[in-house]
Design a protein. Structure first.
Length: 306
């Protein structure tokens, strides 16, 4: 019996999860050899363009390992009746951990301190500049989806008051709602960006938001690079408009603007928010469940937008 063909543009991790995919399906990695593929496996960052879809006449399912869909041409998929699945929930804790870690690293100068020790500055008698407490301040969360709410739970468990901005106020939330990003920034010492990517949120964190966050404020972005105006952020760091930043995502990954590389008090990581063994295993398992349900003609465990 012929096995269903899967075009794998992204790899499942850990390796044993990728092996399960190869044991069950006819896996190809070259789009030119995938004209019969009904299924594409991709990542949130990689996505799938309309031009790529045009090369796949049999395509019926886009299985995303991740939660971002801004790199997928959703109107093109909808026009052809192509369904999309993501892996929500299972990566929320990992990304929330990363957000908190970036805030602590930026505020307490952890990455800077590591470089300071390795360079011999400490042994040479120099002193590292004072940091600032992250957990003594007010936390603002820009984007109150699964990751944002998971982060809010973590922060509340540490005794921090939490405020948030979302498209609308969430009834029953224990956190304080602010109607827009500027107002949220005004009431935050650390502003965490967890909003979805896409045209609606591009440049949402701009010079006005950074000015509202203020000279003692820290910005953390674990959402999508374009949600933050990178030029405005680099200028705010250079000018002392804000105190620091922690960034796991960028506009044109893996390329990071030189202005951010040169900016002071900025901690940079290579989009590894969900990169834990536990999270990636759970993400891969959900991808496999979605593909298996599609092949069997059953309900999809985590369809996007349905």
């Amino acid at each position: 019996m012929t096995r269903p063909m899967v075009l794998a543009l992204a790899a499942l991790k850990p390796a044993d999860m990728a092996q399960k995919l190869h044991e069950t399906y006819d896996v190809v990695t070259d789009i030119a050899a995938a004209s019969q593929a009904q299924i594409v496996l991709t990542s949130g960052a990689m996505g799938l363009s309309a031009a790529q879809m045009d090369q796949l006449p049999a395509l019926r399912l886009i299985a995303v390992s991740g939660v971002g869909v801004d790199a997928i041409d959703l109107p093109a998929a909808a026009a052809r009746g192509i369904r999309v699945t993501t892996t929500p929930g299972v990566l929320s804790l990992a990304v929330a951990e990363m957000a908190l870690g970036l805030a602590l690293s930026a505020g307490r100068r952890i990455a800077e301190g590591d470089r300071f020790v390795r360079a011999g500055d400490w042994a040479g008698g120099s002193k590292l500049a004072l940091g600032r407490s992250v957990l003594a301040g007010r936390a603002g969360i820009l984007g109150y989806g699964r990751i944002g709410r998971q982060l809010a739970d973590l922060l509340r468990s540490l005794g921090r008051p939490v405020a948030y901005t979302a498209r609308s106020e969430k009834l029953g939330s224990p956190d304080t709602y602010h109607p827009d990003a500027v107002t949220l920034a005004q009431h935050s010492d650390v502003l965490f960006v967890t909003a979805a990517g896409g045209a609606e949120t591009r440049g949402l964190v701009n010079a006005d938001v950074l000015a509202a966050l203020g000279r003692d404020g820290i910005l953390v972005n674990v959402a999508r690079g374009p949600v933050v105006d990178s030029a405005a952020l680099a200028a705010a760091l250079q000018n002392g408009t804000i105190a620091g930043a922690g960034l796991d995502v960028f506009d044109a990954e893996p390329n990071v603007p030189q202005a951010l590389l040169d900016a002071p008090h900025c901690v940079l990581t290579p989009h590894v928010g969900s990169a834990t063994d536990e999270a990636r295993r759970a993400m891969s398992a959900l991808v496999l469940d979605n593909i298996a349900a599609f092949v069997a003609g059953g309900p999809l465990p985590s369809p996007y937008g349905e």
